[in-house]
Design a protein around this ligand. Structure first.
Ligand code: BGC
Length: 518
């Protein structure tokens, strides 16, 4: 090669380099192979009402979801039979073996085990079902991760006030004791409550079981009692079971990301307050230094309550003893993460009183993010990364297990959008891990299509498709099931492909300790 052509090819190379850099693609292709460590755990999840069926089989009593659906003719009672998992333990475990997961997260239906809601009467057949499921999992080296409560309160307890009654704390503790007595010897991970925000804020909005509309009042009573019920169940395990069985107990909290719609100060502030109302309300009592609800939420609800003529805040306060009980009451933070929303100060009128009216923030989602089959679900993988950084900075690097993340589609085995979503979020997770987030495991929601609460079987979240018209509820693997299996085997995200919504986050990536860096 003559000097002249060598020189021009160097120029050409530099020119190309600049073009690639400017296009933004270069920053992502650092050619570093990021890998999930060998002890990182992969799993998948379901919940009793969503998969079991057998709603009144073998002595099971009515739950608030049975009542809610059966009393609304506009809702198809898909949960009565659901995936019929009550009859299909071995097929369910076979799917988990096909995927090669380390653990299976499922929930126990309180009504199957304690039909009166109280611990005076134990339904042996109900216990047997879970015992058989756990044994089948252990036989194939799959760890059971048991959720004690995934939205399905016994209706008998709802009739006594449900979670708005402070005695529900005792009822839950008694139920937890029965579960620990029977299964602590075989179950290494317990999750007390799934998503207190759904249990309480949705549960008291009228559009989620128990279908009571007590916005801004019943929901806050519920939040306090559910958090305390969690803490008591945690302490019970610590005091009476931990030494012998060495298991871990956590809580699953919805940690969707809240981004300001743009960087204007008022939007940044709106995002901050929205995070306090949607995440901090549940994370702070356990992981903050004072074991209390976030100051911003306490202040907002107290001052709005006063304006409305209440003599005390609608958000009940926590006593010093309750704060001590709550503070540190989890071995891990179960993080359920699905999507991101964009915040700005509210211009809408919300019902008063209500959490929305206390928070005064409106939410949007970018038109550039891919839409899932559920109206609220858009794909924005950078949100998972940012949510992890947020937990680190505000709550001092808590141990995390991602207890749910998933995507909804319509019918069909070729679920390209789920594959794209899975790979994007897994890549974001690898970045979060590299930047010091203490995430020990990841759970794909869901093992199979199931009953998406009030939406029934219309929104499909499964790695496996379920044919709800077939008597045996035939299950078939989607493309995403194969992809997830391969990720678990290889522990990397193959190829350099990244979704555009993740690309825009590279400049925001950091490990700083300073909250303002978010
Ligand atoms: C719930 C699941 C639900 C999923 C998708 C989670 O918040 O725990 O029960 O199916 O979201 O909506």
């Amino acid at each position: 090669m003559c000097f002249q052509s060598y020189f021009s090819s160097v120029i050409m190379f530099q020119y190309l380099f600049i073009i690639i850099s400017l296009s933004g693609a270069y920053s992502w292709t650092d050619n570093k192979q990021r890998r999930f460590k060998d002890d990182f755990l992969f799993g998948t999840a379901s919940a009793a009402y969503q998969v079991e069926g057998g709603w009144d089989a073998d002595g099971k009593s009515e739950s608030i979801w049975d009542r809610y659906v059966h009393s609304r003719p506009e809702i198809t009672p898909d949960g009565d039979m659901a995936c019929d998992s009550y009859q299909h333990i071995s097929r369910d475990v076979q799917m988990l073996r096909e995927l090669g997961v380390d653990f299976y997260r499922f929930s126990i239906a309180w009504t199957r085990v304690l039909p009166t809601g109280f611990s005076n009467k134990i339904n042996k057949k109900g216990l047997q079902y879970y015992n058989d499921l756990i044994d089948e999992l252990i036989k194939y080296n799959i760890m059971p991760m048991v959720t004690l409560y995934h939205f399905d309160l016994p209706q008998s307890l709802q009739d006594l006030g449900g979670w708005a009654n402070p005695l529900s704390i005792n009822w839950f503790e008694d139920y937890a004791r029965i579960i620990y007595d029977n299964f602590a010897n075989k179950v290494p991970y317990f999750i007390t409550i799934n998503q207190p925000n759904s249990v309480c804020i949705d549960g008291y909005s009228g559009s989620f079981a128990p279908g009571i509309n007590s916005k801004g009042i019943g929901d806050y009573l519920c939040v306090k009692n559910v958090m305390l019920a969690h803490a008591r169940a945690y302490r019970l395990y610590q005091n009476e079971y931990k030494v012998k069985y060495q298991g871990s107990v956590g809580i699953a909290i919805s940690v969707n990301w809240v981004e300001p719609i743009n960087n204007q100060t008022e939007n940044v502030k709106a995002a901050e307050i929205a995070r306090d109302f949607t995440i901090g309300l549940y994370v702070s009592p356990i992981w903050s230094k004072d074991g209390d609800f976030p100051p911003s939420v306490k202040e907002a609800v107290a001052s709005r309550s006063k304006e409305q003529g209440f003599h005390r805040s609608r958000l009940p306060s926590l006593t010093p003893e309750e704060k001590t009980l709550l503070k540190g009451s989890a071995d891990f933070l179960g993080m359920n993460h699905y999507t991101t929303v964009q915040a700005q100060p509210s211009v809408k009128k919300y019902p008063s009183p209500s959490l929305e009216d206390d928070m005064l923030v409106d939410f949007a989602q970018s038109a550039n993010w891919t839409q899932g089959a559920s109206p609220w679900l858009k794909s924005a993988p950078f949100g998972l990364y940012k949510a992890c950084v947020y937990l680190n900075l505000n709550y001092d690097y808590p141990p995390i297990i991602i207890t749910e993340h998933g995507w909804s589609t319509g019918l069909g085995l070729r679920d390209g959008s789920r594959v794209e979503n899975l790979r994007g979020y897994m890549t974001a997770l690898l970045f979060a891990l590299e930047d010091g987030t203490n995430v020990r495991g990841y759970t794909a929601w869901s093992l199979m299509d199931n009953v998406e609460w009030g939406a029934g079987v219309s929104e499909r979240f499964g790695l496996y498709e379920v044919d709800f018209d077939s008597p045996k509820r035939k299950r078939s693997p989607r493309v995403s099931a194969h992809v997830y299996r391969r990720i678990i085997e290889q522990r990397i995200i193959e190829d350099t492909w990244l979704p555009s919504s993740l690309k825009m986050d590279v400049s925001m990536r950091r490990m700083g300790k300073d909250k303002s860096e978010l």
